[in-house]
Write a protein that binds this ligand. Sequence first.
Ligand SMILES: [Fe+2]
Length: 199
Amino acid sequence: MASNIIFSTVISSIQIKDKKLNKALHNYAYKLKKETKNKIVSNEGGFQSDDVVLQQKPVKDFLDKVTPHLLKHVNLYAIQGQHSVEITNLWFNINKQHNLNWSHIHLRGADFSAAYYINIPQNSGDIWFKNPDIGTHVSEIFKSEKKSWNSFNSSFWHFSPKETQLLIFPSSLEHHVKPNQSRKDRISLSFNFKVLYGS
Ligand SMILES: [Fe+2]
């Protein structure tokens, strides 16, 4: 028997491992929180910044560092011809104790989205992705006990983020963040990007 995997969803995970840059992003998040107004988008409590200026340090340094990884992720889609990536927007999130993010998608003209984790205390909230195959939310077989979880039998998939980890996923993929159950702040940044065609 041949088992043909005909469609799938890929999320790339990369450890950025630059403590100095991470510290600069950490300080920048608190500077934004202090000096700018809070936005309510997917967040229940917590701080969500406006879109930041991409050319400003340390955001520019961060984007320079992660862009090769974004291109590697796009390569999985085997696009023919010259192409590059453009960041469409980027913002910071600070979730305090009990804060969470409701289920949402990013899209807004982007192809892909990413989350980078600046400060992740223990039990500060996993990110949960919803299987875009609607069958996995209605069919009985997805409700029964399993010997183990795999990409065929899961209606949700969650990650326990680590500090300096970057996750890249399709902008259309619905996700939510569980409540922060620690007393410390959970700090992350999110961004969207699209593929540009031609040289
Ligand atoms: Fe999000």
